[in-house]
Design a binder for this molecule. Structure first.
Ligand SMILES: Cc1cc2nc3c(=O)[nH]c(=O)nc-3n(C[C@H](O)[C@H](O)[C@H](O)COP(=O)(O)OP(=O)(O)OC[C@H]3O[C@@H](n4cnc5c(N)ncnc54)[C@H](O)[C@@H]3O)c2cc1C
Length: 486
């Protein structure tokens, strides 16, 4: 009996019969797969989409549905709020957010076409109310469109790119706009005649020499051989729930306890690697703890177990959280004064670790050496009163002295507090979604998009909300279009 492996493509000579014959096979029905299928079908290809769950969704449907968009003079929502966002500023921000892992070609291309992509999303039926919601929000609790969703207005980003809010959220009351987003994309795939097969799990690719020509799908407990005359698009999500892969490629995540996503078992990455694809930035992950809620907590100061600050706390909550996880000692503290303290969210599981009438008393309760935390806060408050943060460049209005006792230190324990996380590394692809081998050459017939690839959200320390869905939807479209052309 033929053995199938994620790690080795099946030679076409071993295929006993074809159960499906199509042009483009898309594997995975989240945002990336849906967009790939739409573009491939629009280009006239016969498209068959296989999803192992009983319906569309994946992590995309669990998400906030927020997409990072801007440039080109600004979207309607940006312009109405007075932000004339430029393509250059968007490209510069994307590259800074990608840090050492940035794919400059993808950043430039997305910046050039982001506005058109927004119009494309609207043309698929994705609704946007068009208004701006100022302030710091993880997601709007109402149906607002535009929020600050990254570190645009904070150092060093504000010195690199003119700041503008770019988080565009589907019109949807409350959190969880991902489900309606995927529903709209699914409806579009059906209108275009994409053949959709659910409860179908990809277990191997099929190769004819160097070229990928199909896939093996497990359906109703039987193997089905699928011929793809133009190409296979992998859109299977990340690997946050595959402990073996995390141990091998992303061991830092074992400090944390709350992976988020759907099944995210890395299948697509393994299939791509098995066909000769390169996987890059596999150590990168997004994490956040909801420490900016309730909102006054956003004015707090973070210190590590040595009583030292480590970041300007006015940047994106996920960037602060990611730097926090780098600190020694397994925990950090969020310092607040009486004017800014409220009961933390239950879900955050942050406990009060120390209180005092002075910062020196808090320092003693935390059993830190004398003159550590107290000196940090004396230095911070003295300069905050003058509107300066000489160490990290935190800016007003978030920069404010914390001098109204009693004082409190909330403990964020990496293991016990709620640090949600998902992986960012994956297959190396070019701007057309072609999977590249270790020499950088495309593997014929093999495409990938979304979190089974490394894309716009390449660096955990620079992640901004909306970058993943921007990448999935835009480069999903590119992969589908290119596969259909082949
Ligand atoms: C709670 C939460 C909130 C988030 N909010 C946002 C946000 O607002 N904005 C943002 O940009 N990002 C957000 N993210 C991140 C973002 O949702 C994901 O990174 C993104 O949706 C991944 O999309 P994808 O299409 O690559 O994968 P997915 O949406 O996970 O889709 C992959 C699909 O492939 C299927 N599949 C996997 N393996 C196989 C196989 N072998 N055979 C067949 N099918 C298979 C899966 O079942 C799944 O349906 C959020 C994530 C979470 C968990």
């Amino acid at each position: 009996m033929t053995e199938f492996s994620l790690h080795r493509a099946l030679p076409v000579a071993e295929v006993p019969e074809w159960h499906f014959d199509t042009d483009v096979v898309v594997i995975g029905f989240g945002a990336a797969g849906a967009c790939a299928a739409i573009e491939a079908a629009e280009a006239g290809a016969r498209v068959t989409l296989f999803e192992r769950n009983s319906g569309s969704g994946g992590a995309s449907a669990l998400s906030g549905g927020e997409i990072y968009i801007g440039g080109g003079g600004g979207t309607d929502a940006q312009r109405a709020a007075g932000f004339e966002d430029t393509t250059e500023a968007l490209a510069a921000y994307l590259k800074a957010a990608g840090g050492p892992c940035a794919d400059e070609a993808k950043c430039d291309l997305y910046a050039q076409h982001s506005l058109a992509h927004y119009n494309w999303l609207k043309a698929q039926g994705v609704p946007y109310r068009g208004n701006y919601l100022p302030g710091k929000h993880i997601e709007p609790v109402d149906d607002s469109t535009l929020i600050w969703s990254g570190s645009e207005a904070a150092e060093p980003f504000c010195d690199i790119a003119t700041p503008a809010p770019r988080g565009h959220v589907i019109q949807h009351a409350g959190w969880g706009g991902g489900r309606p987003l995927v529903d709209i994309l699914e409806a579009r795939t059906r209108d275009l005649g994409v053949e959709i097969v659910t409860d179908a799990r990809a277990i191997a690719l099929i190769a004819d020499g160097e070229r990928i020509v199909g896939a093996v799908l497990r359906i109703d407990n039987a193997n089905h051989f699928v011929k793809a005359s133009k190409g296979v698009v992998l859109a299977t999500g990340g690997f946050v729930f595959n402990e073996e892969m995390r141990r091998k490629y992303c061991p830092e995540t074992f400090k944390l306890s709350d992976p988020i996503g759907d099944k995210d078992d890395g299948t697509g990455i393994l299939l791509g690697m098995g066909a000769g694809g390169d996987a890059i930035h596999m150590e990168q992950f997004f994490t956040t703890c909801p420490w900016t809620m309730p909102e006054p907590h956003a004015y707090g100061v973070f210190v590590n177990v040595a009583g030292q600050r480590f970041i300007n706390e006015d940047c994106y909550h996920g960037r602060v959280s990611r730097y926090a996880v780098d600190q020694p000692g397994g925990k950090v503290y969020l310092l607040l004064d009486c004017a800014h303290f409220s009961q933390p969210l239950d879900i955050a599981n942050m406990r009060i670790a120390g209180t005092g009438e002075t910062w020196a008393e808090v320092e003693a309760e935390l059993e830190m050496p004398e003159g550590t935390l107290s000196a940090t806060m004396e230095f911070y408050n003295r300069h905050a009163r003058e509107g300066r943060d000489p160490l990290f460049g935190k800016r007003q209005p978030i920069l404010t002295p914390l001098e109204e006792g009693p004082f409190v230190a909330l403990e964020l324990d990496f293991h016990d507090s709620y640090f949600s996380f998902f992986t960012l590394g994956g297959l190396r692809t070019n701007i057309d979604g072609e999977v590249l081998d270790r020499e950088g050459a495309p593997i014929a017939g093999l495409f990938a998009a979304g979190r089974c690839t490394s894309g716009l959200p390449a660096w955990g320390h620079g992640y901004s909300s909306g970058l993943s869905l921007a990448d999935c939807t835009f480069f999903g479209r590119r992969a589908g279009a290119k596969a259909a052309q082949t």
